[in-house]
Design a protein around this ligand. Structure first.
Ligand code: CO8
Length: 258
């Protein structure tokens, strides 16, 4: 598939994808969502970390495309919501870590896109918000589900009921982002974070993501059993032997993803 709204850059095993729709501050229409879905389906298995950002200096993603939603019927609303929700679920369950490098407006569906990523870092110009109720809708790309998981029920309800946009420093304080940087440092910091992840055993990182995601909604005994199963599976990998041998022989580990 040809991508008209995605700018893709691959550096070694880190891939950066920038959503690019300059006329609408990178608002997500169904074409962009389909492109993103297709891109996620075909991502090279050699890629070990994905960074998602917004093209340009002003916006990460300013929401779902309001002009496309304006005249939707109820079933069309369901279908559009499903399209976004399915793409974002692909991000959440992608077998590699996904970093959102939030360079500007992350509103509505843009905030929800960031929420579907594993780790969020932001420029000090970023603004986050769920303004949907001011448009007569609710967050429809799983924001009512994920925001509370990340910032807790109290802040999630306040943000969603009021529609108030918050600045990067407040997003940092409530745990919506992990770190805030000067705009010109953001992408370097995202790549540095990716590089720290890439140094580790790839299968172990993948299992860790799967465990954290799967266990979140399980009861304690099931969650602990799931981790135990995945922990055991690590010992069937060559990388576990390589990592522990390197430690014990005081050498650097060379992981082969096996
Ligand atoms: N959709 C469509 N166009 C947009 C969007 C958007 N979300 N955001 C900005 N644009 C367009 C503007 O219309 C404008 O176009 P034009 O130049 O043709 O007038 C252009 O981008 C530039 O925007 P502004 O002139 O408004 O730029 P400002 O710097 O003055 O303001 C803001 C920037 C504050 C980001 C402002 O554009 C804004 O408030 N945008 C809308 C933000 C918003 O409400 N987002 C939430 C949308 S709803 C949503 O995301 C729901 C997700 C779940 C959907 C489920 C479906 C069922």
């Amino acid at each position: 598939m040809e991508y008209n709204f995605l700018k893709i850059n691959i550096s070694e095993v880190t891939c950066t994808v920038a959503i690019s729709a300059p006329k609408s501050l990178n608002a997500l229409n169904s074409t962009i969502l389909k492109e993103l879905g297709d891109f996620l389906d075909h991502i090279d298995p050699a890629i070990r970390v994905l960074i998602i950002t917004g093209d340009g200096e002003k916006s990460f993603v300013a929401g779902a495309d309001i002009s496309e939603m304006q005249n939707l019927t109820e079933p069309e609303g369901v279908a559009f919501g499903q399209l976004g929700a399915q793409v974002f679920r692909k991000i959440e369950t992608l077998p590699i870590p996904v970093i959102a490098a939030v360079n500007g407006f992350a509103l509505g569906g843009g905030c929800e896109l960031a929420l579907a990523c594993d780790i969020r870092i932001a420029s000090n110009r970023a603004k986050f918000g769920q303004p949907e109720v001011g448009l007569g809708i609710i967050p429809g790309f799983s924001g009512t589900y994920r925001l509370a998981k990340i910032v807790g029920m109290g802040y999630a309800k306040e943000m969603i009921y009021t529609g108030r946009a918050i600045k990067a420093d407040e997003a940092l304080r409530i745990g919506l982002v992990n770190a805030v940087y000067e705009p010109e440092q953001l992408m370097d910091e995202a790549r540095a974070l990716a590089a720290r992840i890439v140094k580790n055993a790839p299968i172990a990182v993948r299992y860790a993501k799967e465990c954290i995601n799967e266990e979140y909604d399980l009861a304690a005994d099931e969650a602990i059993a799931f981790e135990n199963k995945m922990f055991g599976k690590c010992f069937a990998t060559k990388d576990q032997k390589a990592g522990m041998t390197a430690f014990l022989t005081k050498t650097e580990a060379h992981f082969t993803n096996e």
